[in-house]
Each structure stands twice: as structure tokens, then as C-alpha cells.
Design a protein around this ligand. Structure first.
Ligand code: AMP
Ligand code: GLY
Length: 425
């Protein structure tokens, strides 16, 4: 029996806020819970502060929650889905075994090699000597990656052979990323452009969402340090039907088939980080969750009721859902706090002007992330604070709306890039 009257969303970011916003559009959904949520998810539902997975499952049973959606990678890698499923609960996300695709770069690279799925030439090793030998065979730049989860910071692009060796040495000795660097992956540098492709999978059936492009660097013009992502847009014109087909046939399908064969049925979101070189897709990385801010721009493009789609995925019945995707465009601009990504910032009150322009009001919205709530006021509490999302019939229109909305949002120290989607214009 499909029961989506009450839904729990695990996570605290803009990604989880946007999933909540999308799910709430469905009249059948009466109540939303977030664990732990943020200051703004309180406006969509109820925040609960239970982090233990078994206790959270108790809460789900006691409250008759029919669907749980897990946003971030950490609880997935830690096995939340296995615990919920063992108790017969419908939970959208990948199992602990399947989450190794994100949790371990060594697992992922070996999996790709086993099933001949295109990726950069590499070795994985815990031997310094072996890493040196392989580094000698590569041209610069050389990519050195720590095995485990490092919050997106475990990848170093070395500009010389010496730097590559030094980095591998520091990772392997545990000085750089602790245990996450017990093993390293060393690989050739791929020179192309990056795309993020998301597939929603029930294990066998899957649906690819429009290709998105993230903006990892902090500053306009792709300058400054890497971040979790400063903006995104979709669909990107950097992809065509032929390329979609190649990605589907050479990467997504063989990955899902291979995971099933290996006893790690993949249910959830397969997020392929791709490098396109001469119109050929290569897998840079897999994540087992929606990207952030990609989720915030993709959710508004899904016309099918999201809770139902995710529920059916948990039941292995995605083929029974007619998944409709809007043919509009979506652009999201991240507004971050003053000192992001270097250090925390002093909380600052967020003021959003009343939006009097009807067209803007109807075609834009805010997805909140790093915020807290006090006396009904929202405060920016650091990191990426929110995403201003604009929708339109062209990228230009969607982008104009996202930036118009940015102009209506105020807090001390706000920073954002002014060139999101530049590659598409
Ligand atoms: P990853 O976490 O593996 O996706 O790596 C983070 C970022 O490093 C990617 O988004 C790329 O920008 C870059 N990167 C990783 N691997 C490679 C590669 N083999 N060639 C070029 N750039 C890469
Ligand atoms: N925006 C990239 C990520 O969520 O990993």
C-alpha cells in the first residue's frame, strides 16, 4: 500500500529543503518531518533531532511515516537504508553496500575497470613505491585522490611529478586526510568539460534527469578555491541526444547492472560526475545522492509527484510511474556567508523584500540551507546560506529571474557569483 501522507527527509541542507518543497506540492502529503532540518525547514514541517538510525526508525514507525528520503551521503554510507529496510520501512536511498560507489574511490575505480565503464586510466595502491612508478608514466597534470570520504576535498591536481609524489606520500602516511588516505588513486588528467548527470533508480529501472552543470569555484570567472558548489543550471546545452544516449548505454546502465550482479542492488540517486572529452563521456566520480545545489534546480523541473516517484523507486516499481520532466530551464545561484569556505561567519539576519512583480514571484523561489530561526526571523549561520532559483523558457530568462531574486535578498556579508550559467550563454 502506498502511504505518502507523512514523509521524513533526512538531512539539513538546501538539497533537503528543496526535496521538501517539491514533495509538499502534492496534496496527498499531509505532514513533513526533517531530521535534523534547518531553520527554514521548520516552515515546511517539523524538525526532529534524532540522529541514531534505530531511534529514527522507531520514530517513523510510531508516527506512521510511510516514506523516508535520505539526502546526504554520510548516513547512506553509514547504512541507514539497511537498518530501515530490515524493519520493512520504505526508504529512498542506496544501501551501505551500494553507497561504496561514493564512499570509496578505490571501490568505484575497481568497479568501473571490472565492467569496462569509461574512466581515466588509474592505479589504486597503498604502496608508495607503486604510486611513484605509475606517476612516472603519466604526463602532468596528475590527479591524486584519497580513497575515503573527505567532504569533496580529497582530490589534488598536481602540476608536477614531484608534487604528485609528495601528495601521494602525504596521503599514504595519513598526514593529509587521516584514514581516508590509507589507499590512494592516481590517475591521468582528463581535459574536457564537466557535467553532472542524475539517474533515479529502483535497482533495475531508471530515469535520467536533465544534465546539470555545477560551478565549483568560489568566485566569478572560475577563480578562487573549490567549494561544494556556488550555482547550477539545467538542462545544459553542452549535451545532445547522442551524448545522453552514450551516457545511458556506456555508464548508467552498465553501472546499475554491474551493481546488481555484484550483490549491491543500487536503489536511489546515481549521480555521475562526468568529464566529456571529444564528445565521449568518462566517469570522474559517482555519488549516491543528489548534488547540492543541483537538487535545488532539478526538483522544480520534475512534474511527476516527487513523493510518489521516490516511493515507487523504493518498491522496485519505477516502471509503473510515468516520469514527466518540464521542458523549462532552471538556474540556481548560491548565496554564501561572508567567510565561506574558509571559516564560520557571524549570524546575520536575512531580509527578503516582498516580491511585487507577479512574473518573478511565480517563477522564482528560495531554497534555504545554512539558516537558523529565532523569533520568526531567519539568520544566515554560515556556509552556503541559500539558493536563489529562477525558472524560465530559456536559460537567459531563468538566469535573469534568479539574479533578480538575488537582489531582493539581504544579509550582512552575503556573497555570490555573478556568472552562473555563463557556459550556456
Ligand atoms: P572528484 O571528487 O573525483 O569528482 O574530483 C573533484 C574534481 O576534481 C572534479 O570535479 C574535477 O574537476 C577534478 N578531477 C577529478 N578527477 C579528474 C581527472 N581525472 N581529470 C581532470 N579533472 C579531474
Ligand atoms: N555540487 C556537487 C555535490 O553536491 O557534490
Amino acid at each position: 500500500m502506498k502511504n505518502i501522507e507523512k514523509v521524513l527527509i533526512v538531512g539539513a541542507g538546501g538539497r533537503e529543503y528543496s526535496i521538501g518543497l517539491a514533495i509538499k506540492k502534492d496534496e496527498r502529503v499531509k505532514e513533513l518531518f526533517f531530521a535534523p532540518g534547518n531553520g527554514a525547514t521548520e516552515n515546511l514541517g517539523t524538525n526532529i533531532s534524532i540522529s541514531d538510525f534505530n531511534q529514527l526508525a522507531d520514530f517513523v514507525v510510531e508516527n506512521g511515516i510511510g516514506l523516508t528520503v535520505v539526502g546526504p551521503e554520510q548516513p547512506l554510507v553509514d547504512g541507514i537504508v539497511d537498518i530501515f529496510e530490515a524493519r520493512g520501512l520504505a526508504v529512498f536511498g542506496s544501501s551501505k553496500g551500494a553507497s561504496q560507489l561514493e564512499g570509496s574511490k578505490v571501490f568505484m575505480k575497481n568497479f568501473l575497470a571490472k565492467y569496462n565503464i569509461p574512466t581515466a586510466r588509474f592505479i589504486e595502491t597503498s604502496s608508495l613505491e607503486e604510486s611513484y612508478k605509475f606517476i612516472e608514466t603519466l604526463q602532468v597534470p596528475i590527479v591524486v585522490k584519497a580513497d575515503g570520504l573527505c567532504g569533496g576535498k580529497g582530490v589534488i591536481i598536481a602540476q608536477s611529478h614531484d608534487e604528485a609524489k609528495k601528495t601521494a606520500g602525504e596521503m599514504l602516511s595519513g598526514n593529509l586526510f587521516g584514514d581516508a588516505g590509507n589507499k590512494v588513486v592516481i590517475e591521468e588528467f582528463l581535459d574536457g568539460y564537466e557535467l553532472s548527470l542524475f539517474a533515479i533508480s529502483d535497482g533495475k529501472n531508471f530515469k535520467m534527469l536533465p544534465a546539470a552543470q555545477d560551478h565549483k569555484r568560489l568566485l566569478t570567472g572560475d577563480e578562487g578555491p573549490n567549494t561544494g558548489g556556488m550555482g547550477a543550471y539545467a538542462p545544459t546545452p553542452l549535451i545532445n541526444d547522442e551524448l545522453y544516449k552514450k551516457i545511458e548505454e556506456r555508464i548508467i546502465k552498465p553501472t546499475l547492472d554491474g551493481m546488481e550482479k555484484d550483490g549491491n542492488l543500487f536503489r536511489g540517486v546515481l549521480f555521475a560526475g562526468l568529464m566529456i572529452v571529444n564528445n565521449e563521456p568518462y566517469t570522474l566520480e559517482f555519488n549516491v545522492r543528489f548534488g547540492d545545489p543541483e537538487c535545488e534546480i532539478l526538483m522544480p523541473l520534475i512534474e511527476t509527484p516527487v513523493a510518489e516517484m521516490l516511493y515507487m523507486a523504493t518498491q522496485g516499481k519505477l516502471d509503473e510511474v510515468d516520469i514527466k520532466i518540464s521542458d523549462r530551464y532552471s538556474v540556481g545561484v548560491v548565496i554564501a556567508s561572508e567567510k565561506y569556505p574558509y571559516s564560520s561567519s557571524t549570524p546575520a539576519e536575512i531580509i527578503v523584500d516582498e516580491i511585487v512583480h507577479g512574473e518573478l514571484a511565480e517563477n522564482s523561489h528560495i531554497s534555504y540551507a545554512g539558516v537558523s530561526k529565532e523569533d520568526d526571523k531567519l539568520y544566515a549561520t554560515g556556509g552556503r546560506v541559500l539558493v536563489a532559483v529562477g525558472l524560465g523558457d530559456s536559460i537567459q530568462e531563468a538566469r535573469d529571474r534568479a539574479y533578480m531574486l538575488c537582489g531582493q535578498i539581504h544579509f550582512a556579508g552575503k556573497q555570490f557569483r555573478t556568472d552562473i550559467a555563463y557556459q550556456a550563454l
